[in-house]
Design a protein around this ligand. Structure first.
Ligand SMILES: [Ca+2]
Length: 460
């Protein structure tokens, strides 16, 4: 069961007042009916009581019961008015709590902007308050992180280099941890070079215009062939160890016919980790000294950080714990979420999530099961889009939860780690549109790229 998190009433009151066009101060007022009769009855009371007081004084009071009755009746109406007001206020507060618990909304974050096939949203963490959006065909756009921003600029256009369509294209962008000073950023894209291949490249921001990349600055770090058009992974991101992590699919087709996932002599079907700040021998990068196969004699690729991955469609690091969360797209049955650790084997294609793949039994001894999975279906989904552990400040409810979704159904869920070490899952939103990616701005606030309508939505 999900762990309910209560928001304070105060936190949402203002927003909800605006949303419902209602003012809580008005609810403090008494009900009009009660007030009317209360005041109306004051008049005869005054007429009766003033002479009465006079008569009491004169010790000839002949209507004491009538006076008392009128006073009691008047008081009753006042109390009724107050009680109605109290109940109304109570009901409204209950409504606020109900909304606060259940309603996380997705808001069109930049109404004036839309993009063709956006698949990556990255906040520039360089103090410039800018965001980047990657469009699959090969463009990167940049714009100020304000809801009323009027336009975006083309930061880089490499459409002529990129082979796009389906699961191919410009698929990932990572800013160097020292981007503010060196202007370096890293791309993951597919191109045709006597057959399809993945390219991991470094580009540099223009020295004279920080809103424009130097298109001639490309330095290719790594390329590898893609035997089929699909399952190209595509995410690149820096861990807090300063190394670049690269999500690589199993090469494609269906069922991993080349058995790349379990083959550690291949880069396909892996999470890779490289050091982009050094070069080593013929490599345009270096192998981190504690990569699991560094210096191995079995012919395993030293770039491998973890293996047994089918198609990692988006991964991210939890900024608090540095855990690496991966959404791994399933074959025919199960979509999975993994917390990936160094040297881990995540099963594919021996296993599809927690099931043996293609047989009833399998050798699964060293394989790490997902922390969460869901069966494919029209109500759940058919292609996971990995998200982020929310570490932003504005949405109390989401703090510390892993927010992820399904590309096909638009479902967005939150995974919560409970006290017993188990994860629980709750449906947050059904977005009407395909979710190609989750992203964060420089304040760690969370967004999605909505592939179909080309919009960027923000969680609020
Ligand atoms: Ca797996």
């Amino acid at each position: 069961m999900p762990v309910p998190v209560m928001l304070s009433v105060e936190a949402k009151t203002k927003e909800l007042e605006e949303h419902n066009n209602i003012n809580l101060v008005n609810l403090e007022a008494w009900s009009p009916t009660g007030l009317f009769f209360g005041l109306f009855l004051l008049i005869p009371i005054l007429f009766v009581t003033l002479p009465l007081v006079y008569r009491i004084i004169m010790r000839i009071n002949r209507e004491p019961l009538l006076t008392i009755a009128l006073i009691v009746l008047s008081a009753a109406f006042f109390l009724q008015a107050k009680e109605v007001a109290r109940k109304k206020k109570q009901a409204y507060h209950a409504k606020i709590n109900a909304i606060s618990i259940q309603q996380i909304v997705l808001k069109n974050a930049f109404p004036a902007l839309s993009f063709t096939m956006p698949i990556e949203f990255v906040g520039a963490r360089d103090g410039s308050n800018r965001n980047f959006v990657v469009a699959q065909r090969g463009k990167i756009y940049v714009f100020i992180n304000k809801p009323d921003v009027k336009e975006s600029k083309v930061f880089l256009d490499i459409e002529s280099k990129v082979t796009a369509g389906g699961e191919r294209g410009l698929l990932g962008l990572a800013l160097h941890p020292n981007f503010k000073k060196n202007g370096y950023f890293y791309l993951n894209y597919t191109r045709n070079n006597s057959g399809l291949e993945t390219v991991i490249s470094r580009f540099t921001t223009s020295k004279v215009n920080s809103d424009m990349a130097d298109a001639e600055s490309e330095e290719i770090l790594l390329t590898f062939k893609q035997p089929y058009g699909n399952h190209n992974g595509g995410k690149v991101a820096f861990g807090n160890d300063g190394f670049l992590y690269i999500g690589v699919g199993d090469g494609g087709s269906g069922g991993d016919p080349q058995k790349n996932g379990q083959n550690r002599t291949k880069l396909l079907g892996k999470i890779l980790r490289i050091d982009v700040d050094k070069k080593s021998g013929a490599l345009n990068y270096a192998i981190p000294s504690d990569n699991p196969y560094k210096g191995n004699t079995q012919g395993f690729r030293e770039e491998i950080f973890a293996y047994g991955i089918r198609n990692p469609w988006r991964f991210s690091f939890d900024k608090k714990t540095n855990e690496l969360w991966v959404g791994d797209v399933g074959q025919n049955k199960i979509e999975e979420i993994d917390i990936v650790t160094k040297g881990g084997n995540y099963g594919w294609n021996t296993m599809e999530a927690e099931d043996c793949y293609g047989s009833a039994n399998c050798e699964s001894g060293n394989m790490i099961l997902p922390v969460w999975s869901y069966r494919q279906g029209s109500q759940t989904g058919n292609s996971v889009t990995g998200g982020h552990v929310y570490r932003g400040k504005t949405i109390t409810k989401l703090k510390g939860k892993y927010i992820y979704g399904d590309y096909v159904t638009g479902n967005i869920w939150a995974l919560t780690l409970s006290a017993g070490g188990k994860y629980s899952n709750e449906l947050l939103i059904k977005h009407k549109g395909m979710i190609s990616s989750f992203g964060e701005d420089a304040n760690d606030e969370l967004y999605i790229c909505s592939y179909g309508d080309g919009k960027i939505y923000k969680f609020e």
